[in-house]
Design a protein around this ligand. Sequence first.
Ligand code: KG4
Ligand code: ZN
Length: 337
Amino acid sequence: MYVLGIESSCDETSAAVVRMDGETRQICSNIVASQIEIHRLYGGVVPEIASRAHIEAVSRITYEALEVAGLKIEDIDCIAVTSHPGLIGALLVGVNFAKSLAFAHKIPLVAVNHVKAHVAAAYLEYPTLKAPFTALVVSGGHTSFYRVNTPTEFEEIGSTRDDAAGEAFDKIGRVIGMPYPGGAAMDALAKEGDPKAIKLPSPAIVGDNADFSFSGLKTAALNYINSERQKGGEPSHADIAASYTKVIVDAIVKKTDYIFDKYPTEKMVLAGGVAANSHIRGALERLCNKRGVEFCRPSLSLCSDNAAMVAAAGYFEYLEGNFANTSLNASANDDGT
Ligand code: KG4
Ligand code: ZN
């Protein structure tokens, strides 16, 4: 069946058509219109501007996705739209557009959780992947471990108690002069610095848990940069990126190792925008090899926000009969309330 996915939860308007049936997975189109250049002027996403940019793009991007797939709207069997979590105004644009399209063309509509969609990206490239498995979602808004019991039923087994890893990368990237979002540039720069140059606190929360806290790490890095600047010098940006990345990677490895002991699993999925980080990918690959766990990590283009992952998650909601109707609302919250 053909699923049309629509994504507008943050600063990317995306529409995609995927064909899924049994173990068939085909990404027929996956169009992403990024607003990054607009928000870069302000050093972060401006919600009101994001909503307006989604309104301007959503219809054009959707019809482009159909055209690239070589399909008409009548060929679509299901429309899947991200309804939560995210920026409320941004989400509402995608939700209202999807509802109108589904209603006008009498196509079944399903609502998708953005975090579950990040994980669903893995099904597109690992067609035989089946729940149960463990997932780690690292993005601009989340750093959470899940026990994925079925494609639609997740149980959170660890998470950040404050900021997400993506926010932590972006914040320090900004302080050392990188354009928003600094995550990918921090990744590249970390390869040129000394990971032991600066002593920073671990974001892994001590004890019998799989939780993180990134706020103390962010403050410690900021204090270090400010005190070096007060002394009249500019600290090495490469050393900051390398040392900062190392404590984050070490914390993720430590808590993933803990999760493997506490919730034995055969497969692990790494998902979300920060899953593109080469240091995290490499370290988790080594850990999974050591622990005999199959490591599933989507390609970079499926890690950042895109609608193919929304369509993939929507396929499973459709199979479960979880249909939405014109009363569907958007929600900023993780649980859709
Ligand atoms: O999943 P995503 O596209 O949006 C959210 O749902 O939040 O994630 C965006 C985040 C941003 O914070 C961005 O800086 C980060 O992913 N990111 C990276 C890398 N590529 C993107 N962080 C670290 N290393 C990367 N290579
Ligand atoms: Zn995302």
